[in-house]
Design a protein around this ligand. Sequence first.
Ligand code: ATP
Length: 287
Amino acid sequence: MITIDRLTKRFDRRAVLDELTLSIDAGDRIALIGSNGAGKTTLFRCLLGHYGHGGSVGFEGTSGKRRDARALARIAFVPQLPPPLRMPVGELLTFAEKGAGASRARMDEIAGKLGIDLDEVRRRPFYRLSGGQKQKILVTVALGRDADLMIFDEPAANLDPAARAVFIDLLAERRDASMLIASHRLEEVAPLVNRVIELDRGRVVLDDNLRDRLRAGDFRQALIVLSAPHAPLTQALEGWGFRSDATGTRFSGPVPSAETFRFLGLLARYGSLIEQMTLEQVPERVF
Ligand SMILES: Nc1ncnc2c1ncn2[C@@H]1O[C@H](COP(=O)(O)OP(=O)(O)OP(=O)(O)O)[C@@H](O)[C@H]1O
């Protein structure tokens, strides 16, 4: 989907991204972690064509450094710092609808879940909203449209705990898009992702992929029984490769042993729904 080859970005001759090589595949849901200044935002800005850079970023169907406008239009982005837009919120929503193909009904629904009343803020200039309100509007716009890739840069940093929980559920429900989420709270986004990439001083120092672990064959077999069908948890479990029976309440699938705590973290979010759970070590194959 996106191939990044020896991407280098310098500010004042200092390499902030240093020959970074990475490929992002369709279906990847990536947590991008790394300490302050590691280069996460700079990587996003290079991907989005906001900065010139060395090396290449190739989008599927394009090559080299060229940014194809159609490829960029398929990316939804929520920045770490909301832009100081003077336009009223209503105008921003209309722009999202007409210019970026967002659905008004979907935006209304998402905003409602996040706890922001669009009618109430419609006439207010965007830059006068609180930090959390701005983030809710930007998340609403991003999730209100179809996208192949969603890039979130610390998207929940300003959200209150209730909105953070809703936001994580909304992401878990979105199985159609690949995601790249920069976060300092790995434990919060871990249940959503199938890949964790760590940057340090502009280089990839960890690339941990769930699919590789499953292929390696070291896993536990899990059985989960829910008290009632539940769409967000179903989608999250399907993201782990689980299958359900016809009732939509009984799930089974493999959990890589090294991912057990991450998996339990997911289940803990929905503890009250879980009626039964077993997690059995699969005996090692004897050759
Ligand atoms: N426009 C700029 N001009 C000069 N230096 C910059 C610029 N943007 C970023 N930097 C520097 O590049 C480095 C990487 O910054 P970046 O914002 O990409 O880090 P980050 O991993 O997103 O950090 P954080 O977790 O704090 O958000 C930092 O040292 C920062 O000071």
